[in-house]
Structure formats: C-alpha cells, structure tokens
Design a binder for this molecule. Structure first.
Ligand code: ZN
Ligand code: ZN
Length: 390
C-alpha cells in the first residue's frame, strides 16, 4: 500500500461545495508512476516545496468561482475529492521512462510549471496558441492540483528552474507572474502612459513590469490604500484611490477616477489601460480612461454579464481590446525567467521585499495551516505562499 501524504482539498461528498468554505487539510494517497501506463511514462512525481495561493484560489476558498468546472470534472473522473492549487516549485523525485529523452529533465531537477495542461492536438495547440487550447485541464480545478507534499504531473508542463537565480519562494510564482508578463506583451508600453486598474497580486506584478519595459508613467488604481502604498513602493508614479461615488449604476465608470487620470495625462487619457480586477465598473473605467487610438488589456474575470454603456464610444475612440488568458507556453516563461533572473532590474527583490514582506507572515508552513490563520493572512497580504514540506 502506498503511504499517505498531506494535501489541501475539497471533497464534494464529505465537505460539500455549498456547505463548506476554505481548503480542507486531509491525508491522500501518495501518487505513483505506473511505467506500464503510457501517460505515466511522460509524467513525473514532484516533491512540492513552495506553492502560491492564487486569486482564483481565493475564489475557490469562498466557493465563489469555478463551481461548475469542479463538479463536472469530478463527475467525469468518478470521484469526489479534488486536490487544490496550481502555482508551485519543487523537485522531481521520480520520472517516467520517456521524460528525460523527450523533455530534457530528470530526477533531482528543480521545476516550476504551467497550470494549464493542454491537449497538444487541437488547432490552437498545433499553431502555438496553447493558452486557448480547446481541450485543456487546469491544475487544482479540473484535475488534481499541487497543494500536496507530492504530486504527479505531466512533464511537458514543467519548466526547469535555477534557485541560485530565482529564490525558491519566487520560483513558485512563475505562473501568476507570467500572467502579468503575458498581459504586458500585448502592446508596446515603451514611453507609454499606463493605467493599471486593480492592484492585487497580478496588478502589482504588472506595475513592476510596466516600469521595467519602459513605460513613461504608470498609474495604479485600487479600492484599497494598502495596495496603493505597495504600488507606489514598486514604482507606480501615481496612484488613485477609488472611493464610493454617487453613480447612476454600479457598473458605470467612476467620474472622480477618470477626472484624475485626465489631469495626469493633460486631458488626453492613458495610452494603455489594464483591467486586473474583474469588476464591471473597472472595465468601463478602462474604456473611459484610454486615449483615442489606445489599447485596453482585459485580464480580470467574473461570472455573469457586464454592461458597457454608450458602446459606440469605444468604437468611435478606435480602442484596441486585448483579452489575456494564461501564459504563452513557453514564450511567456522565457521572458519571465529573464526578468526575474536579472537581479539588476530589482524586480525579484521588490516582489520579495514589498509584496511578500520578505517572507514575514506571508509564507505559511503546511503543518501550521488552519482556516482561521489563512483568513487572517489573506486579509492582510495580496500574496501567500505555502511551505509544503514543513
Ligand atoms: Zn494562479
Ligand atoms: Zn489543445
């Protein structure tokens, strides 16, 4: 019999989706490779060292997101327990027989990896657009994830890392950092004025990247002053606090925010707006804040319908909309690695010192996990990392 390991999970039968919150720590069986099974010959067992808690994990914590994907994928697999999590770094402790030859990685290597397990066969995969694969699974949502001491994972998803260049806690964040890299790769921000709506984890990464990629002015916008203080420390030139305003509708743009952006851009509007929050009003802020001919990058998501008042204004302004999902595999990873590895740009140190508070209170040992502790820490910090071996 396989030994048991500790994991953070939801079990639809034992916990229920609507009758529980948070992640439930429980014992699961140790994953194994069966070399007679073709898919295991191209998979590895990774001993997870650090795992990041994503914004999407916060949604799952509150049972506010991905309900259908959870239920449908588990029903298809004929089981009720899902291991959560998708941002990780760890060590390969066992490799399928074909892994080294096909992927150049082996037992003992340290790896991170993409959370989207793509099919490799569909049109999009074949033309190099795996981020919109038509038959993909997402770790920790539609297949078992990485909040466990050991996980089995397809080798093609892995990205070898060098912890002498990227500290292990930060190497666990390649996936969300890659979201920001992907978003920033949609348009040229050199010399541009860029407004970033939503300064949570990926919005804050985007501020660092906009500066690194040569934006002339970076404006951070959020409802939370602590996030804006971090945005400033990370290099935002200006910040705007969104205050409750009397508006005809919740989804309308915030007049005071738009007025301030116009002041900061001499009446012109920003060249690029980035929607990193997933609020309807935030989308309308982006459209209103962007100059004629500018670019709007949409990344935040929320279920349901959004309203865009005065739709023709967006067309008349000649705005270009970009929608960003996941990371380009592996172009985004290559760029992310270069930005993080090159200590002279300050990006990795700022992520660690400012967003992660140098690991103070933001790195949580699996042995210390409790729902109450995580609730407190989520309220205090935009980004948490689990130490999965302690
Ligand atoms: Zn994530
Ligand atoms: Zn595909």
């Amino acid at each position: 019999m396989a030994k048991n390991i500790t994991a953070l999970t939801i079990d639809l039968e034992q916990d229920g989706w609507d009758t529980s919150t948070g992640f439930i720590k429980r014992e699961v069986s140790m994953p194994e490779l069966d070399q007679s099974n073709p898919s295991d010959t191209i998979s590895v067992i990774v001993k997870i060292q650090y795992a990041g808690m994503c914004g999407s994990d916060r949604g799952i914590w509150k049972r506010a997101a991905f309900s259908d994907m959870f239920k449908e994928s588990l029903a298809e697999e004929g089981k009720s327990l899902r291991i959560l999590g998708h941002e990780f770094m760890g060590e390969i402790v066992e490799a399928g027989s074909q892994v080294e030859e096909l992927y150049g990685i082996k037992t003992g290597d340290l790896v991170s990896g993409d959370s989207h397990v793509t099919c490799g066969r569909c049109f999009q995969c074949r033309v190099g657009e795996q981020e919109v694969c038509q038959d993909q699974a997402i770790l920790g949502i539609s297949i078992d994830g990485i909040f466990a001491e050991y996980v089995k994972i397809p080798a093609k998803n892995l990205w070898a890392i060098d912890t002498s260049r990227v500290r292990p806690e930060m190497a666990a964040l390649f996936d969300p950092f890659g979201n920001a890299v992907h978003a920033l790769s949609k348009t040229d921000v050199r010399g541009a004025r860029v407004a970033i709506f939503g300064c949570g984890q990926i919005g804050l990464f985007s501020i660092l990247l906009a500066r690194t990629f040569g934006a002339a002015k970076v404006i951070g916008i959020d409802v939370n002053q602590d996030n804006l203080d971090m945005a400033k420390e990370l290099g935002a030139h200006e910040t705007i606090l969104v205050k409750p305003e009397t508006k005809a509708n919740d989804y309308d743009a915030d007049p005071a925010v738009i007025e301030r952006i116009m002041e900061l851009t001499y009446g012109k509007g920003v060249d690029v707006s980035m929607e990193m929050a997933g609020f309807n009003s935030s989308v309308n802020n982006c459209i209103a804040a962007t100059r004629f001919g500018g670019d709007v990058i949409l990344f935040g998501i929320k279920d349901g319908d959004f309203v865009i008042p005065d739709f023709s204004r967006m067309v008349v302004k000649g705005l270009t909309l970009h929608n960003v999902i996941g990371r380009q595999i592996f172009q985004t990873w290559q760029t992310a690695q270069r930005v993080l590895s090159d200590k002279s740009n300050g990006v990795q140190d700022k992520m660690w010192d400012i967003i992660m508070k140098g690991g103070n209170d933001t790195v949580i040992k699996l042995s210390e996990f409790s729902p109450e502790l995580i609730e407190d820490k989520m309220a205090a910090h935009p980004k948490l990392v689990f130490d999965m071996q302690n």
